[in-house]
Every structure is written in C-alpha cells, then in structure tokens.
Ligand binder design. Structure first.
Ligand SMILES: NC(=O)c1ccc[n+]([C@@H]2O[C@H](COP(=O)([O-])OP(=O)(O)OC[C@H]3O[C@@H](n4cnc5c(N)ncnc54)[C@H](O)[C@@H]3O)[C@@H](O)[C@H]2O)c1
Length: 363
C-alpha cells in the first residue's frame, strides 16, 4: 500500500506532483539539492492550491490540509520511510543514477520511480540492488491538470510493483495510466514526432506555415497546427526531444532534426516565450509570421489542404503503427495517450478506423 510519498526535485514537475499527491490525501516529503527551490516550495504550492480553490476543485479546508501534508526536507536521508519515491530532479543520467544509488540505501523497501521524459529507465535503475522495484512514472505538465500518466515497464520491473503503482495512480491520484515499454520517447514524445518533422518537410517543399497549420486544424482532429504548437512548447524544448529520439533510435531518417527549426533556435526565436518563433507575438497575442522563419523557407507550394493533412496524418499513423509493432504499447493505450496529452478528440488508430469505415461505406 502506498501512503507515504517522497519526491526528489522541487522544480516545475516535483512541485506539481507534490501538489497532486497532497490534494489526493497523501503525505509528501520533498527534497531538493538547491536550497532556494526548497525554500520557495510552500509559496508555489500555496499558489497552486489557491488556484484549485478558485476553480472549485478544492474547498479551502482541503487546500489547508493539502498544504500542511507537504514537508520540505533538507537532506535526501530525510526521505527514509517512504513507500514510494518519485525522482523529478534534473534530466541528466549521472544525476539520476547517483540519486538512485543513494536512495537504494536510504529507502531499501520503497518503490523508486523516475519521472524522466527522455532517459532510459533501465539505465537509471541499473545500479540498484533490486531494479525490479524501479518503474518509470511519467507525469505530464502540469500534473494537477493532465490526466495522463505513462507507466514505464523495464525488462526487470516486477509485475507486483508495476500493478501496485498502476492502482495507486488510477485510484489514489485519479489519473489515467497507460502501459509503456521502456523505449525512447515512450508513447507521446515518439508518436507525435512526425507532427513537427513532416510539417517542416512540407514547409521546405513550399507550403506556407499558416497553410499547414490551417490545413491541420481544419480537419477538426487536432486543436492546434504543428507550427503554432511548436511555438507553444518552445522550439528549443521540442528540438531537444527530437535530437534525443533521433540519436537513441539509431538516427532514422524520419527523425532527422530539420534545419529551419535548428536555425531559429540558434537565433533565439524559441516560440511564444521569446515573443518570436515560427510566428511573432506581442503580449501573448500572435501578430503575424516571423520573417526570420519565412527567410529560411521557399515559397510557392502547390499542395492542397487535403494533401497536407494526408501527409502529416499518414506520418503520424505510421509512427503509431511502428510503435505498436515494436511492442512499445498497445493500440488502445497509444490512442489514449495521444488524446489525453494532446487534447485530440481521437487517437491515430481511431483516425485509421474512421478512414477504413468511410472507405467501406463508400463501396
Ligand atoms: N517540465 C516538463 O514538462 C516535464 C514533463 C514530464 C517530465 N519531466 C521530467 O521531470 C524531471 C524534472 O523536470 P522539471 O521540468 O521539473 O525540471 P526543473 O529544472 O524545473 O526542476 C528540477 C529540480 O531538480 C533539482 N535538482 C537537480 N539535481 C538534483 C539533485 N541531485 N538532487 C535533488 N534535486 C536536484 C533542481 O534544483 C530543480 O529544483 C526531468 O527528469 C524532466 O525530464 C519534465
């Protein structure tokens, strides 16, 4: 039974996971090696809990209880006695391996889970005496809002540990877990990659970025086009994930980082947060296309909206099928993950089913 939770890292994700656990009724200890992060944690938690009260998600009394159930800890050793440790420290293999080596001794009976986005859970947990107690629990940002949790199984994760954490995520946190094999990018970061890369290939063939975004949105199956979405995510953050996947999957041609995005990142055109990316922004409002992006791309594309969507959706469906065939996850979990992470009304296999049905009806 999981009741005492510990979190390593009080940054964006650690604080968000702590709030989610606390407002779900668990007592939470949080350690961070950076004293300022620990010092500001109560204030950041308080803002998150106040926002939940304003939205009617929590009563004031529940928010008070949640705030009181989080204890910032000045030493990793203070996490002893936890049933579950969630590591949400820096995305660096050495940092995570060192933390796991220390946690192995401090919490000899706990489940030790990492929230890594892009590293191998197998490698992070390789040095543990019992790596069977170390699954990945990949929350999405912000954890209090996002329902999806990718539950990562390594070849060594014990079924008891996996199912114990699965039940806790499902019933304790009321999130939606999906079952994923420990592979680069898990489901979402991998299956969504063609959305960003195929769209840039189309732009390099002359399709205007506004045309590509409108073509995608126009179908009603995606809430944001690929270029506006990259601007929201941050071109740098998005490119870093592409690079990690490109390298860790053995440099497949389809995952080759595209030079327009690389050039924009070099120029500091990182998206909304910089006021410029593929588009320009003023006071968070889009004001037009970024001429720096236009200068990198040819003009005069002749593809229709239907052809653009067909290329992008086809690349996404084929990545989903490849991931399924490689045993990364099943069809239903891939669809669930993409729907919940991306706010898509349907997942890529449902698109496939829909087109197959439409074709059948047309016969
Ligand atoms: N930000 C996201 O959208 C997101 C989503 C899912 C998963 N993740 C993953 O979650 C983890 C944390 O990401 P983040 O965005 O919260 O980063 P962040 O930089 O906001 O926070 C990381 C925190 O870890 C602390 N830290 C670094 N080394 C430490 C150590 N050795 N011991 C204890 N604390 C240490 C830092 O002081 C910092 O407060 C990463 O593995 C990341 O890949 C991030």
């Amino acid at each position: 039974m999981i009741s005492r939770v510990a979190i390593v890292g009080a940054g964006t994700m650690g604080a968000g996971i702590a709030q989610l656990c606390a407002q779900s009724g668990f007592s939470v200890k949080v350690f961070d090696s950076f004293p300022a992060a620990l010092k500001s944690l109560p204030q950041r938690l308080r803002s998150g809990l106040d926002a939940a009260v304003l939205k009617g998600k929590l009563t004031t009394a529940q928010a008070e209880r949640a705030a009181a159930s989080v204890s910032p800890c000045a030493a990793l050793e203070d996490l002893g006695g936890a049933d579950l440790v969630i590591e949400a420290a820096a995305e660096d293999l050495k940092v995570k391996q060192d933390l796991f080596a220390r946690l192995d001794a401090i919490c000899p009976d706990a489940i030790l889970a990492t929230n890594t986005s892009s590293l191998s859970v197998t490698e992070i947990s390789a040095g543990l005496k019992s790596p069977e107690r170390a699954p990945g629990i990949h929350f999405f940002h912000p954890p209090v809002v996002m329902k999806l949790v990718e539950m990562i199984r390594t070849a060594k994760t014990s079924p008891e540990v996996f199912h114990g954490v699965w039940d806790w995520v499902l019933t304790g946190l009321r999130r939606t877990p999906v079952d994923v094999k420990d592979t680069p990018g898990f489901i979402v970061n991998r299956v969504m990659r063609p959305y960003y890369l195929e769209s840039q290939r189309l732009a390099l063939e002359g399709a205007a970025i506004t045309t590509v975004d409108e073509a995608c949105r126009g179908v009603g199956l995606v809430p944001m086009g690929p270029f506006e979405l990259m601007d929201l995510i941050g071109l740098d953050v998005n490119l870093a994930i592409t690079k990690v996947l490109y390298e860790s999957l053995g440099r497949p041609e389809r995952f080759t980082p595209q030079f327009p995005q690389e050039r924009l990142v070099e120029k500091g055109a990182l998206g909304r947060k910089a006021g410029r990316g593929w588009y320009l922004y003023e006071a968070a409002q889009r004001t037009g296309e970024n001429p720096e992006a236009a200068d990198l791309l040819p003009r005069g594309g002749v593809l229709t909206s239907a052809e653009i969507w067909s290329r992008i959706s086809g690349a996404l469906k084929s990545e989903a099928e490849l991931a399924r065939a490689e045993g990364v996850a099943g069809r239903a979990d891939i669809d669930t993950a993409i729907k919940l992470a991306m706010n898509f009304p349907q997942g890529p296999f449902e698109w496939q089913d829909r087109s197959a049905n439409t074709a059948k009806q047309g016969r």
